[in-house]
Design a protein around this ligand. Structure first.
Ligand code: 26A
Length: 358
């Protein structure tokens, strides 16, 4: 198994601290800042006061966030400590210290690029209402990431040694050059590259960056609204999800020796998995499977749901961790579903500790 020096997985994304407003006060803040109840956006000028506002006036909880960082912690949940290294850019501040501590306690190596003051670590206002979550992010130091960090000796070694690479689609708002560098080098060395679509606005407004990266992606993960946004942006209108999944799976690929998998989650509804070619190899659909294959999700009752922030990230991380353990596709999806469910039972993008067996 991996030693501290050789993580199996390298993840890259925007490290953020989540500031959650409780569901009782959520609707008031959704209205005040004109936010949709279930969305993820970059804060515009009109949203900027929200961070000081909720800290001063609302009942808030601070939790480690950043979509890919959540997935890194989820993958780590099913792997030995130090199997996952996470790369992203932070400020030299308390928020960074908090994130580092959480990563450390959950076995994730923080391979941060640290920006000098006055740069501050990014934050996400998480406005909860019912079972919905609205994410409003100010990236701050996260968008100051430079490709030079990938050549830092320790980081370069993690990248050289890892077998699985996880890229947060959110990173494409500013970091396509670094994402491409990581994905191209990994894919040319026969490693597995996983990309999460992250939010509808990524295929909507960052389609060029997405299309540039996609050929180097082995496994694409997204949810139903992200897949629908992709379909719209790609001129497929309101095509059925099954068609969107198979089209994405079949689009061009630099490492043709490995099929592409496209995994679309749908909250409490079934998960779809499409493959560019079914085979008997591990981690892929089998020739006798339907393509896309449907994986039912066991439903939670209302009172088992605390909040849904991070559930999709935990699914993706659980899937990835199980994949790195060499599990079958069915087992990887099952692990993803379990971690998604465990996350929904916690406040914020967290998993229960002490660990429960999955
Ligand atoms: C660029 N944007 C908007 C973002 C994010 C983000 N992570 C990276 N970049 N906006 C929200 N998040 C994170 O998503 C998690 C839930 O899936 C939040 O920090 C939250 O933990």
């Amino acid at each position: 198994m991996s030693s501290p020096e050789t993580p199996l997985i390298v993840a890259i994304g925007n490290p953020l601290l989540d500031i959650q407003v409780n569901p009782q006060q959520g609707p008031e803040y959704l209205k005040k800042y004109e936010l949709k109840s279930n969305d993820a956006i970059l804060a515009e000028e009109k949203h900027m006061p929200i961070y000081d506002d909720i800290v001063a006036n609302a009942d808030v909880t601070y939790v480690a966030g950043g979509a890919a960082q959540n997935s890194a912690r989820a993958a780590s949940y099913v792997l030995p400590p130090k199997s996952v290294a996470y790369i992203g850019s932070v400020g030299d501040d308390d928020l960074k210290n908090t994130l580092e501590k959480v990563n450390e306690s959950e076995g994730v190596i923080s391979a941060y690029q640290v920006q000098p003051a006055p740069a501050r670590t990014g934050a996400c206002a998480v406005i909860l209402s019912g079972h919905d979550r609205s994410l409003c992010t100010t990236l701050r130091a996260a968008e100051m990431f430079t490709p030079s960090h990938l050549s830092e000796p320790q980081v370069a070694k993690y990248i050289a040694d890892a077998k699985f690479f996880y890229i947060g689609g959110f990173f494409l708002t500013h970091g396509v050059e670094s994402a491409l560098e990581v994905a191209k080098s990994a894919s040319s060395r026969g490693k597995t590259v996983v990309l999460n679509l992250s939010a509808p606005f990524i295929p909507q407004f960052f389609k060029v960056q997405l299309e540039e990266l996609l050929p180097h992606v082995d496994i694409l993960i997204g949810n139903e609204s992200e897949a629908a946004a992709y379909a719209e942006a790609a001129g497929m209108g309101s095509a059925p999800l099954t068609q969107v999944a198979t089209t994405l799976a079949a689009s061009s690929k630099s490492n043709a020796s490995r099929p592409r998998l496209v995994i679309i989650t749908q909250g409490a509804d079934s998960t779809l998995v499409a493959s560019s070619s079914a085979s008997a190899s591990a981690g892929n659909l089998k020739p006798e499977d339907e393509n896309p294959k449907t994986y039912p999700v066991s439903k939670l009752s209302d009172d088992q749901i605390v909040d849904t922030n991070g559930a999709g990230d935990m699914f993706a991380g659980g899937f990835l961790g199980a994949l790195a353990l060499g599990k079958s596709l069915d087992e990887c999806i099952e692990t993803g579903h379990k971690l998604g469910q465990l996350c929904v039972g916690q406040v914020g993008p967290k998993l229960p500790y002490p660990k429960v067996s999955v």
